[in-house]
Ligand binder design. Structure first.
Ligand SMILES: C[S@@+](CC[C@H](N)C(=O)[O-])C[C@H]1O[C@@H](n2cnc3c(N)ncnc32)[C@H](O)[C@@H]1O
Length: 251
């Protein structure tokens, strides 16, 4: 046994989110990751709801062990470096919920701004001048997913949504995370996924309350104006520039 007399030096906190590679998915949640906690909570809710929906009267453990249930079907639109995708996959694994997750991204950053973006983007928004989120790659995210043990559960799809969505295999979804900042991608994803959601399935919106990307709210409100679902809002810890998130449950 070893004894320590001097206090361990305190770990210095990284300044930016991307420095920490892992997004811890389990409780107790770290306030440092407050912006991502609602996603984990809502994904867990969706996974448990899928678990209930998919029993079909068969004992769940038996159903699981003989593999009669179709896996939960999930998608993330805008995965960047794959951290939230992997965190959700870990939640599913902890719950023993089998999942098929598709992760869509250009892996080349945000697309060109459209009129609806230019009208509301803050004057000093960095994305007015340069492409954001292009510092990632399909290969690096594939490696992250594989090293976390999810190569069979997740499929990455490279390209702009306008090209990739129409080529997806037809299926129904239980959970979709829309995290793509700008106006047109929100509309493209909602037009594609909304009609394909199972009743009780969840669409999560990362950017509805974002100060940096106010066009996200405009797109979501526009799309939902003639739909019966109501947005639910949630936050972990103090508010910030994008800490309150929201989602709908498909009726
Ligand atoms: C904020 S990042 C996603 C962050 C990620 N969900 C996370 O939490 O780690 C937004 C991503 O959306 C992607 N994106 C935005 N619009 C897109 C489009 N039309 N087609 C493909 N990818 C898009 C960008 O490439 C970028 O990686």
């Amino acid at each position: 046994m070893t004894t320590t007399t001097a206090a361990e030096p305190k770990q210095k906190r990284p300044l930016v989110y991307s420095v920490r590679q892992e997004l811890p998915h389990n409780r107790p949640y770290d306030l440092y990751y407050a912006e991502k906690v609602p996603l984990l909570q809502v994904f867990e809710k969706a996974a448990l709801a899928w678990d209930n929906r998919s029993r079909f009267g068969i004992l769940p453990t038996l159903a699981r062990s003989i593999g009669v249930r179709r896996p939960m079907q999930a998608a993330e639109c805008g995965i960047y470096r794959g951290h939230s995708l992997v965190a959700c996959l870990r939640v599913a694994r902890d719950l023993r919920v089998p999942v098929k997750f598709i992760g869509l991204d250009s892996f080349a950053g945000l697309p060109a701004l459209v009129e609806e973006d230019l009208e509301v983007a803050p004057e000093n928004a960095p994305y007015r001048k340069k492409v954001l989120f292009d510092d990632t790659s399909f290969e690096a995210v594939s490696e992250l997913v594989k090293s976390a043990g999810f190569a069979r559960d997740a499929k990455l799809i490279r390209g702009f949504f306008v090209d990739t969505l129409p080529r997806l295999q037809e299926t129904r979804y239980d959970f979709v995370n829309i995290d793509c900042d700008l106006y047109a991608p929100h509309i493209e994803c909602l037009e594609y996924f909304y009609p394909k959601m199972n009743s009780g399935g969840i669409i999560f919106f990362d950017d509805y309350h974002s100060h940096d990307f106010p066009m996200a709210k405009n797109a979501i409100d526009k799309f939902l104006e003639d739909k019966p679902e109501t947005l639910l809002h949630l936050r972990f810890g103090p508010d910030g520039t994008n800490h309150t998130k929201c989602y709908i449950e498909k009726l």
